[in-house]
Each structure stands twice: as C-alpha cells, then as structure tokens.
Design a protein around this ligand. Sequence first.
Ligand code: AMP
Length: 540
Amino acid sequence: MLGLMQNMPLTISSLIRHADRNHGDTEIVSRETGGGLHRYTYHDAHRRSRQLARALIALGVRPSDRVASLAWNNHRHFELYYGVSGMGAILNTINPRLFPEQIGYIINHAEDGLVFFDLTFLPLVEGLAAHCKGVRSWVALTDRARMPESKLPLLCYEDLVNAHSDDYEWPLFDENTASSLCYTSGTTGNPKGALYSHRSTVLHAYGSCLPDALNLSARDTVLPVVPLFHVNAWGLPYACALTGARLVMPGPQLDGASLHELFEQEEVTVSAGVPTIWLGLLQYLKEKQLRLSTVKRLVIGGSAAPPALIRAFDEDFGITVLHAWGMTEMSPLGTVNTPKGKHLKLPAAELDRMRLNQGRPIYGVEMKIVDDSGKELPRDGKAFGDLLVRGPWIASGYYKGEGGDILREGGWFATGDVATLDADGYMQITDRSKDVIKSGGEWISSIELENLAVAHPAVAEAAVIGVAHPKWDERPLLIVVKKKDAEVSREQLLDFMRDKVAKWWLPDDVVFVDSLPHTATGKLLKTRLREDFREHQLPG
Ligand code: AMP
C-alpha cells in the first residue's frame, strides 16, 4: 500500500520561491567585482531569476542544456543558481583558478552552450573562445555602462535580464532531473563531473541546516567565503534560501582586511571556508589586534583544520569552529564536528581533543571503513582503513560515465580518504590514501604530523610527504613555511614534536621554503611536492 501524501517534487526553484514568500525583505549583500556593495532582497533575487529564466529560453536554452559560470560570489552568480537550474537547465560552475587548458576541457566536455563570466575573467575567456567552438554566447556579468571592449561579440547580462518580464512560472519536473555540474579538480588526469540533481540538492540543503550540522536559521547572516564555483559553495546558496538566512557575498576580495571589514559592517554570524583562508584572517586579526564581534560559528573544511587554528578561534575569539568534512562527490557535506550531550560533562582537555576530528555524519550519509580486502573494520576509534560512503546526495557515477562504474558492492563510494570511526560515529581522517606514508609496512599519517608542526608558534604552514628510503620504503619529510619574522631551526622543530608522536613517526628531515603549492581549491598540492623533493637526501 502506498502512503497518501502529496508527491511534490523537491525542486531548487521551490527554495527561492519559499525565501521570496516568507523572507521577501531579507537582504542579500554582495561585494561587486569592480568594488562597492550591492544590496537587494530575496524578493528581488527571485524576480530577477525568473527574468533570467525567460532570457535563457529566448537564447535557445532548453531543459538539460549545460550553462557555465566563471564568477565570484556575487548576486548575479546567485541568480544563475536559481535561473538556470530553476528552468530545468544545468549550471556548470567552473573554477577559474584551474589551468586554462582544464577550463577549456570542462567547457567542451560539458558541452556548455553559454558561458556567464565576471569581468575579471575577460582575458581568460578571450583566450578560451577559439578552443570552445560549442559556446554560442559569452555573457559578461555586468551592466551596459561597464561593458568592456572585446574582440568577442559579448552579451551583456543586465541587458538580457532587463529585456524580459518576471511573469514566469517555474516548471515542475522529476526531482531526479540534473540541476548542476561541478568538476573535481583532481591532482592527476582530466577533471571529472559530479552531476547533482534537484532532489540531492534540496535534501543536502535540509541536512546541512540541522542544529548538529551548520545550524542555520533566519536569525543568521551567512558569508560564504567558499566560492560558488567550488561544490556549490558547500550548498550555502540553497541552505540560506531554505532557512531565510541573510546572505553576504564577498566577491573577489578574500584577504584578511576585506573579510574583516565585511564581517563587521554586515554583522555576519556564520562563515565557511578552507583552512588557508582562516589562517590568513587569523594572522591579520592578531597583527592588527582586531575582533570579530558578531561571528558565532566558522565552518572550516576542504582540508584538515589544524588544531591550533580551531583553538585560536575558540579561545582567543570566542568563536565556535565547526570542523566539517566532505567532497565534491558528496555535494559536499558528510560530517560536522559537534559534541553530544554526554560529552559536555567531559574534562576540558578531553572535550578539546574530541573537537579536533572531522565529526559525525549528518543523517543521510552512511559511512564505514574497510581494509584492503574490503572487510569492514571495527568502529573503535583506532583501526583505520578506506572510508566508504553512501546516501542520497552522494554520486552514483561521473558525468558521461567517466571512470566507469565507481560504486562498490552495496552502492558504496570509496572516498579516497583513510579514516578511523568510533562507536559514537565520530570520524577522523588519517590521510588521503595517496598521501599516507608507508614506512616499514606501517602507515604514518601526514596530516597528524602537519597538525603538530603548525602548532609551533613559528610555523605558518606545513606539509609532510613520504620520501623514498632504502630500508623503510618511505620516510616522512617535513616542509615548512615560517611565519613572517619568526625563527625556528630544524632541531628546535623536531624537538617540539618529539614527545608528541611515536618515535618512528618523527620526520627524518625538515626543509624550509617560502611558500607551498596549492591546488585550485586551496589544498596542498602534494604531487608537486613529491616531484620537487623526489631526490631529497635524508640525513643518515
Ligand atoms: P574536494 O572534492 O575537492 O572538495 O576534495 C575532497 C577531499 O578533501 C576529501 O576527500 C578529503 O581528502 C579532503 N577534505 C575535505 N574536508 C576535509 C577535512 N575536514 N579534513 C581532512 N580532509 C578533508
């Protein structure tokens, strides 16, 4: 017998309609690409998204067509999220920090018919056009007055939107219809597309707002530092509309001073981004002796949040850090670190230690760890193995079948992460499976050593990689960027780490560098480091 409940499809357009009807006067603020702040409301954004949908139809975009964006976090990019997906087409948000060849590959692979771009990316777009013959129009996200000179016949976003009325009803269709497409920026091979659906996006938005996840509400002002071109800004543009949270978007200016100004002026309560951003902001705040007077929660994810960072925000600034883990193939949220009631009575030192792991799964995400033969390992917080996940917002395959059948028996997706799980569901990433250091048949966690190193007051950033060793296969090498005007020697650093890890985990050597290479999404680029230090001679 089937239930007798209405079968309303979960569509992305229903989010912005809800925000308009119930939070119509709530503000969306964005820093424009050319400077200055733009302010309007959910009501305005809904109206313009419908005008945009009409404009897309007039440009020949049909359901399931791919439309690309190369843009910062701003109100026009937000409108693309709703206008494109809402009318049934697929928004392919592209990371402009990728190499131009990779961007060209993505546009061609996705068969994007239109590309909407911020003016910052005009030179990029002009270089790409000759290689992307399938693109019918390049649309500059600006108004007529700011339209640039170009050798390309560009369209103007504001002209398109203003030429159409908002008299448009969002279509209803199967909730499993594809809505957006994000390519993973893997460190090897061509990028692969994670293709989200309306259903997966709405369910992910529901899940991410839960009190033990990001805990969002209509009382929050949310500033996503995480780009709208990186896994849909962790779903925040959807979650904010769902809850009616006020939204502040920082545009291209992500330095400490610009962020601090926006946080204070707009009274931001929640923000989200990768550790690199927060390390930069923290340094700025300390240097200038500034506070973040309204921020309550910072979501840190995308790579392991160093304990020193979590503690600094908590202890020095009174801000709760929500350490979150996920990946492009997971929309992206998988786990968030929040304590349970029973933990609140723990001694401070133990509670502090608990806060450092990647947290427990949001309902909707199932996890297990397995050994090399696929056998499930115990949830005892000690055994570590390959982390597998499944759930309604986790990829079942890549766009156009790249990579073949990616699921294991039972529908499990292998994350490529190595982790422990405990009986309370808390997960701790030990490493990426490719980055773990294999020394004498045992595994050493590069992340744990990096966290230890950055806890030293003179260390700004650290990476640990395995370097070939005749006897042990691989031994850890610590590569360090020192803080400005700070001094520390190889011996001092190793001494600092010595009593905090097993003896055989201690790096064999330390190298000081000016900067570390990062991927386009801000992760340490360890493939490059392994190449650069392949010939490194370990002492002894
Ligand atoms: P991406 O798909 O580019 O978002 O990358 C996903 C990968 O980033 C994950 O599989 C992890 O290896 C890493 N990652 C994300 N969040 C965390 C975290 N909180 N701690 C450690 N690694 C993380």
